[in-house]
Design a protein around this ligand. Sequence first.
Ligand code: PPS
Length: 292
Amino acid sequence: GTFYRFPLRLVHGVPLMKPIADDWQKVESFQARPDDLLIATYPKAGTTWMQEIVDLVVNEGDLEKVKRAPTHIRFPFLEICSPPPIPSGIDILEETPSPRIIKTHLAYKLVPKSFWDQNCKVIYIARNAKDNAVSYYYFDLMNKTQPDPGPWEKYVDTFLKGDVGWGSWFDHVIDWWKAKDKHRILYMFYEDMKEDPKREIRKVMDFLGKNLSENILEKIYQHTSFQAMKDNPMANYTSFPSSILDHSCSPFMRKGEVGDWVNHFSETQNEVFDAKYKRRMEGTDLNFRYSI
Ligand code: PPS
């Protein structure tokens, strides 16, 4: 039913869905293990794609092994606290044997301190703000735990204000960018992955200390293409309860492209966006591409 539509509550200034905020103590005190790998993203930046790549790198291209379970089971979602039948991420993680690969959308400042105490590796993926906003809009339509996005005409404003689940895109990408020099963080871009997937898969292999053959790299590349993942029931979220993710509103594997924003942003929206963007990104050396 549509009754979920959780409201947002601020946690240290970051809006999170109410069940996550209510259970914050549990997230904050989470105990990371040294061999945990964290895949961190702003929502809709390429999490699922990276999860599939990482699983194949870790399992050295074993295509059968990565079909063992759907994405949301293979990679526990740290802070998620969904309505039943989905158990909380923390409860699942406590039962998960090492080495764990953990998904999070948390802003850098909200990541449980134990990840840094344990010197855990993190793979962060960032996506250009305009495509990220479009993707998030469609996701808010289909994900019944998120606040209703309202009409697209207003959504760009909502997104720019950071009044969406997990907060401001700007704070997210900038704070993680600054953090990458302090910790073992591989900072990746969705646009780079689209431009040259094999080059980017190699970066992941290097970061994880896996020296795999060209043959295996080719397999990973084939299996993680947009079309292959869209057709893969273990990667396309169709096995998730449809009361929460309603693929009839918008499929999880929607377009998987760079530059779809041009089909959505009006001229005015684009001007407003660019002005705010300039203000927020000035002084950073963080650069995004809007087409490839
Ligand atoms: S979530 O809910 O935050 O975990 O979503 P996330 O996986 O981060 O983002 C979903 C978007 O990523 C696209 N996607 C891909 N693009 C290219 N190649 C592959 N293999 C791939 N897999 C997923 C997905 O289609 C969503 O983007 P949009 O623009 O909405 O299509």
